[in-house]
Design a protein around this ligand. Sequence first.
Ligand SMILES: Cc1ncc(COP(=O)(O)O)c(C=O)c1O
Length: 461
Amino acid sequence: MATATYAQIDRGRIAELTAREAQRLDERTAGSGRMYERATKALSGGVASSYQLRDPWPIYLERGEGAHVWDVDGNEMIDFHNGFGSMVQGHAHPAISRAVNERIELGTHFAAPTEDAIVVAEELQRRWGLPQWRYTNSGSESTMDAIRIARAKTGRETIVKIFGSYHGHHDYVMVSIGVPYGQIGDRENYASLPYGAGIPQSVADMTIAVPFNDAGAMERRIERLVAEGRPPACVIMEAAMMNLGIVLPEPGYLEAVRELTRKHGIVLIFDEVKTGLCIAPGGATERFGVQPDMVTLAKALGGGLPLGAIGGTDEVMEVVRDGTVFQVGTYNGNPLGVAAARASLLEVMTPDAYTHLDALNEHMLTRCQAVIDKHGLAGYAVGVASKGTVTFSPTKIVDYESFKANQDGELADLAWLYNMNRGVFMTPGREEEWTLSVRHTIEDCDRFVDAFEELADDLMA
Ligand SMILES: Cc1ncc(COP(=O)(O)O)c(C=O)c1O
C-alpha cells in the first residue's frame, strides 16, 4: 500500500451519517425489533449466541437461497456474512440439500461410523497432506481436542497463541483476545488475560500470547518458557489472521515459525476453522505452502451443518489411535454432517469453485481499492480467495497492536450500516471480513462496492 497524505474525514460527518443510517435501518427492520421483544422473554439476550447480539436489536433472518438471504421484514440482501464464513457453498446448495435429504431418509444418527466419514477423511487427507483425521462438532471442539492431543504427545502443558486471535470458546484459548488495549502488557511479555468472566486465571496462565508476524518475539518467548521449565506443547495460530479484518502473514514468517517449533519439539497447529476450504482446496496450508503438524477445521466443512475435524501427522495422532487420549463425542462424524461435507467437498468446492472465488475477490479488492484511492481515504483493501475486507487504517495492520492503535472503528461501524441499508448483509462487528460464496456473481460483488462508493462519496460531500 502507498504511503500518502490522506483526506481528513470530519468526525462530525461520520456521526451525522451514522445517526441517519441507524434510524433508516431501525425503520426497515421493525419486524426484527418486534421479534427481539419476544425473543428476550425466552432466549437470554434474545439470541442463540452472544456473537449474534446487536444494539438495538439483531436482524432476524427467515431464509437463504444461493447468495441471497431474506430477513423477517422481507428485506432481500446479498449475503457477505455467510454464517461467519461457514457458507462458502452458498445457501441451500442443491447438491448439499440432495445429500442431506437422502441421508435423512436413512436415519440421522447412530453414534457408529458410516462410510461417508471415511470418504470425507480420505478427501481431507488428500487436500491437507495429513494422514490421520477425527471429527468434532464445532471449531471450539476441534481446537480443544487438538491442544489436548499436543499436550499428550509432548507431555507439556503450556500453550502459545497469537495475541488477539480467536480459537473458540473453551478455557484453553479464551485468553488474550479482545482486551482493553492498556492491559496487554509488554510486547515481549504479553499478559495472559481471560476473555470474559468464568475462566480461571490459573488456566489462562498456561496460555501465553505472542504478536503475529514476529517470529523473533515468538522465539524469544519460547526460549524463556523453556528456561523457566515450562516449554510449550503447541503453537496454535491462524496462518492468516481472520479476526482483525484480515492480516496476511509477511513473507518468511510462517516458514520461520515452522522452523522454530520443529527445533523446540513443539506441535504446530494451524487453526483453519475460518481459512480451511475458504481460501484454497487445502486451506491456508496449501495457499501459504507451510505444513503444520495438525490442522483444525469446522465452519465451511459442514456446508451449513455443525461439523468439525482435526487432522494430524501419524506421529502426533498416535496418542489418539493407541487410546492415550480420549478423542470422543456422541455426535462426532454425525451422518448428516458428513453427508453434507461429502457433497460439498466432492461436488461443490471443486477446483473451478476456487477459480471463481479468486476471480470474484480480485474484482472486489480492485474496485474497493479504486474507491479508496479516488477519495484519498486512509485505508486499504486486503483479502485472499473468498475472504476480504476494507481496513480503515492509515498504516498497514500486521498484528493486534497495530490494529488497536490504528483501526478507525467508527468508520467500520458506519460502513456496516451503509451495507445493511443497501442490500448487503454483513457480519456486525469491527473485526469482520466478507466471505463470498460460489453462488455469488460479479453483479452481487458490485452491489457491495457500490454501497462502499456511496459511503465514500457521502463522507467527502
Ligand atoms: C479461527 C477460529 N477458530 C475456532 C473458532 C470456533 O469455532 P466455533 O464457533 O465453531 O466453535 C472460530 C470461530 O469463529 C474461529 O474463527
